[in-house]
Design a protein around this ligand. Structure first.
Ligand code: NZQ
Ligand code: ZN
Length: 394
């Protein structure tokens, strides 16, 4: 049965070769006059992209301030620093150059600047909701998090080790400027982690017990097959532009909510379990997801058997004749093999971490506390379930 839904995806996408040269023109059209550029370590500068974007903005008479040094699993202290700069320089538009970490930092700064009387971290603690947010845009350099079109924003409080999400349509970016050429310089590990994250954004919405739409399932399955095919191409040939383009576009569609229309809101427990791993061990998000998914899947599939059987058949190409349980298990094994085939971990040992029993208990409690009422759809999880999933992923 299909659920009612609202589909709101207002981000304008400008996609293809050389599109970054339009950045200034596009932001001018959107009313930007003083932009805060937000970017990471070195890639934007090394790629020459930073200079191109600066030039393009200056040509349109747009003033620029800058916040650099955003790290993966982006930190709250950089958000506060950006808010301080934004207030002092009277910023009216945020432009991230990079991936989820730069974009999420820009979104959090945009919330903080729009309501300067509040501490922005309160949003991530779910103490209050945002009423306003400054406009955000991105020049994307990595296909992964989908933040360029999503309502999500994920920030780590480095003091408490909490990695927390705040979702609100107010922060949906106005525009995403996406040239797949720039993703060719990604280290293989980041490319492949990105592919896992893109797939997980689709799978989180797919494994549900609360209803679905056939058209949504068909889009989701095509997206998953496309990402798998092209992840394998890029594993052997990282310079393949078409494969880069397929994956970059898939990344935006996977997390702009298209692959969830009519479903029940999705499961999202693999993400919640991973956020605790990221908060405690600072791992790459996509790799953390592939390390936990097989254990989660084996823990829940009997409670969501028809979806796991459909997944095995339509996504993983399982042709085995057997019971539903056997087909579902074969689908999970095939996904595990796929992860390993592209160099992604299928458990925490392969991820390079060995959490102690104490740390697992801690992560399980924190995870379930952060979940509120939403503790899954394939199966509603308890703290004991979370402990077991972490233990079996070790
Ligand atoms: O800092 P630089 O030098 O840019 O290096 C980055 C970083 O080390 C590098 N990189 C990016 N583009 C590159 C490049 N290196 C070479 N060439 C390029 N073209 O890649 C590394 C990872 O960048 P990051 O922005 O962290 O990647 P990603 O897009 O995977 O973002 C991950 C963050 O997004 C969050 C994750 O939890 C994590 O914190 N998520 C955000 C979501 C959202 N807002 O909707 C949803 C996701 O589920 C996810 O939770
Ligand atoms: Zn993700």
């Amino acid at each position: 049965m299909a659920n009612n839904f609202k589909y709101y995806s207002p981000t304008e996408v400008i996609f293809g070769k050389d599109v970054e040269q339009e950045t200034g023109k596009q932001l001018k059209r959107l009313g930007a006059s003083h932009v805060l550029l937000v970017y990471g370590g070195n890639s934007a500068r090394r790629l020459g992209l930073l200079d191109k974007v600066r030039y393009s903005l200056k040509e349109e008479g747009i003033s620029i301030s800058e916040l650099e040094g955003i790290v993966p699993n982006p930190r709250l202290d950089k958000v506060y620093e950006g808010i301080r700069i934004g207030k002092a320089d009277e910023i009216d538009f945020l432009l991230a150059i990079g991936g989820g970490s730069a974009i999420d930092t820009a979104k959090a700064i945009a919330y903080g600047l729009a309501e300067p009387e509040y501490d922005v971290w309160e949003l991530f603690q779910h103490i209050r909701t945002a009423k306003k947010c400054l406009p955000v845009a991105s020049v994307l350099t990595i296909a992964a998090a989908g933040s360029e079109t999503s309502k999500g924003c994920v920030i780590t409080n480095e003091k408490t080790g909490e990695k927390r999400a705040y979702d609100d349509n107010l922060a949906r970016p106005k525009i995403a400027i996406m040239n797949p050429e720039y993703t060719k310089s990604l280290p293989d590990y980041q490319t492949e982690s990105g592919c896992v994250d893109i797939m997980m954004h689709t799978m989180e919405r797919y494994f549900t017990n609360g209803g679905n739409l056939e058209i949504t399932d068909a889009i989701a399955e095509a997206l998953l097959r496309t990402v798998m095919t092209n992840a394998i191409i890029l594993h052997d040939n990282p310079g393949n532009y078409n494969a880069r383009a397929e994956i970059m576009w898939a990344g935006s569609l996977a997390h702009n909510d298209l692959t969830g229309c009519g479903n029940d809101g999705g499961d999202f427990m693999t993400h919640k379990l991973e956020h605790e791993i990221g908060g405690m061990f600072d791992v790459t998000h996509g790799a953390g997801l592939s390390a936990i998914w097989p254990s989660w899947a084996r823990h829940v599939y009997k409670d969501c058997l028809p979806r796991f059987v459909r997944f095995a058949r339509n996504v993983m190409g399982i042709t085995l004749e057997g019971s539903d349980t056997e087909i579902a298990e074969a689908g999970i094994c095939a996904m595990e093999q796929f992860y390993r085939s592209i160099g992604m971990p299928a458990n925490m040992r392969e991820l390079g971490i060995t959490p102690s029993n104490r740390q697992i208990l801690d992560m399980a409690h924190r995870c379930m506390a952060a979940c509120g009422n939403h503790t899954g759809s394939a199966k509603k999880l308890t703290v004991d379930d979370a402990v077991e999933i972490y233990m079996n992923a070790r």
